[in-house]
Design a protein around this ligand. Sequence first.
Ligand code: NAD
Length: 408
Amino acid sequence: MALQQLNKAAAVINLEDDIKEILSHPQREVQVALPVRMDNGKIKVFIGYRVQHSNARGPYKGGIRYHPNVSLDEVRALAMWMTWKTAVLDLPLGGAKGGIVCDPKSMSQGEIERLTRRYAYAISSIIGPYEDVPAPDVYTGPQHMAWIMDTYSILNGHLEPGVITGKPVEVGGSLGRNESTSRGVAIVVAEAAKKLGIKVKEATVAIQGFGNVGSNAALIMAKEYGMRVVAVSDSKGGIYNKNGLNVDEVLKEKEKSGTVTTYKNAEKISNDDLLTLDVDVLVPAALEQVITEKNADKIKAKIIGEGANGPTTPEADEILYQKGVFVIPDILANSGGVTVSYFEWVQNLQRLQWSLEQVNKMLEERMVKSFNDVYDISKKYKVDMRTAALVLAVSRVAEAIKLRGIWP
Ligand code: NAD
């Protein structure tokens, strides 16, 4: 799929075959075997990967995923996709991804720490603040990042916070990182509403998923943008109130009972119903491939802001485009996270800490500019926003490769 997307964008801009050939291959792929002493005294060997797709525009950047289904092919595709994401936002960074084949849910905290440090040691010669800067992804978070920073710093004899982002604020993390993805979604949705002549303050919103991205998006859209969040959901189902949900109360309910579905002041709906509600804005913020050729035709939202990665299948994309639904693609809509990761890296290199206001203001400027860059390309080439975002990204990376040249 990653290669198909590259080919599609390349065709729009008549990209030279030579450059396409370069971009079709990751620059470096590393596989490491990680022996870890488990709590029962036995040694277990885990397999880890780091794939560095492109550093044409800056140090490689991309998360580290812990999951039983991690494979080299998956990490490879995600690495290429990171190259496009950083390029769409015009960040001076490249693209990479890492992963370890493991089931963290069945491991103790001590086992996970030993695995994480061994992985950091194994890839320490190919990461670094000016070479490759990893970050969290599925089932990794601030604590894992702190361990990796610590291991790398010990190996190098000095503290090096800029080797990784997504750290706890106490050890060099950035303010605003936690809700940055959701804030980015809200910013681009508001921009899209302006283009379509929808009043932001009157817009109705349905959000699938009430985790980090979904719940923070609901809070920011309702409290800062004055939008009416009428439906939210989690893995147990959804809730709907046409007059708008009190997001603070729904959050409290989720904390208390573990699900939004026990919230009293709303009617229960299914996750499928939520996707086809008559709303202005739909934010898928849970799983991939939830909007397919089976339900795309029934979608009534005017704007889809992709909080999740890959929520729309290519077949559904085509149907939505024909229907005139304005889809803000994941590589643009959910890139607030990598943008504030970039801010974290810059702060680390300068040994500064920016205020939350400064972080949020700079995030808004970047997201608004990127949204408009992509929008202008979609008009220029008469393509959907997803193709436009890829075209912009591929052009920027291709230009960097051409200017730098091939050597030796
Ligand atoms: P999370 O684990 O915090 O939340 C996921 C939510 O989805 C939970 O509320 C869960 O109940 C819900 N969910 C699970 N299965 C569901 C189902 N079958 N139907 C409906 N809801 C279901 O994860 P997150 O960090 O919020 O990430 C959500 C999506 O956003 C993922 O696709 C992720 O890759 C993407 N994303 C996250 C970030 C970030 O900064 N956290 C950045 C970019 C993209």
